[in-house]
Design a protein around this ligand. Structure first.
Ligand code: ZN
Length: 212
């Protein structure tokens, strides 16, 4: 099998995301750029992830053209490849329809409540655009900017990225957690995001690899 290692990383990540409840049914998709060649391994479209095998993960070029794999690539392939073309530092991308991230997108703002969440702000907000379009891909790229790790897409879900799959999954897990804690704190009437100064300090520690 070509690109076996990259395909296996994508498969393990999507199965983890299903186990963690971040992805339901066939919604959501995950992609990873190959180490050696300019190709991207991405989850296929409309196929149940449970029981999937690595050879069923699709391979596309950097423009999203389907190169290998028995099933056509995710319809959100433009979003994943556009971010990888725009950001040389990004090797892995995760798109989910997490419930709390979707709610947070409607509120128009998401701020960290706990220190580990600080790594992933500012979280950009993408206005609703038709799923799978080049337009939504361009808007995600724009909202991520040069350093962004997570954006919320209105009436759709979220998109996260990282230098490897571990980093992209961490962005996904903590952004959904940020949205969940925010939601419950607001419902309980006790909402207090982290002080801005503390967020800044925390981001400096994370950047210097000194966060515990
Ligand atoms: Zn989607």
């Amino acid at each position: 099998m070509k690109y076996e290692n990259t395909r296996k990383i994508v498969l393990d990540a999507i199965l983890d995301a299903v186990d963690m409840g971040l992805i339901h049914g066939t919604s959501g998709n995950i992609a990873m750029r190959d180490d050696k060649e300019d190709v991207v391994a991405i989850t296929p479209s409309g196929i149940s992830y449970k029981g999937m095998t690595a050879d069923q993960i699709a391979i596309v070029d950097m423009n999203g053209k389907w190169l290998d794999g028995p099933f056509k690539p995710s319809s959100e392939v433009p979003m994943h490849t556009a971010v990888m073309r725009a950001r040389k530092d990004v090797k892995a991308t995760v798109h989910t329809h997490g419930m709390f991230a979707t709610i947070a997108a409607m509120s128009g703002e998401l701020l960290p409540i706990t220190p580990p969440q600080a790594e992933f702000v500012p979280v950009g907000i993408v206005p609703f655009t038709m799923p799978g379009s080049n337009d939504v891909a361009d808007k995600v790229v724009e909202a991520l900017g040069e350093e962004g790790r997570a954006v919320l897409i209105k009436n759709h879900g979220m998109f996260c990225c990282g230098k490897d799959m571990k980093a992209a999954m961490a962005a996904t897990i903590y952004t959904e957690e940020m949205a969940q804690t925010t939601y419950y704190a607001k419902v309980a009437g006790v909402y207090q995001p982290m002080p801005e100064e503390a967020v800044k300090k925390m981001k400096e520690l994370i950047a210097a690899d000194q966060a515990v």
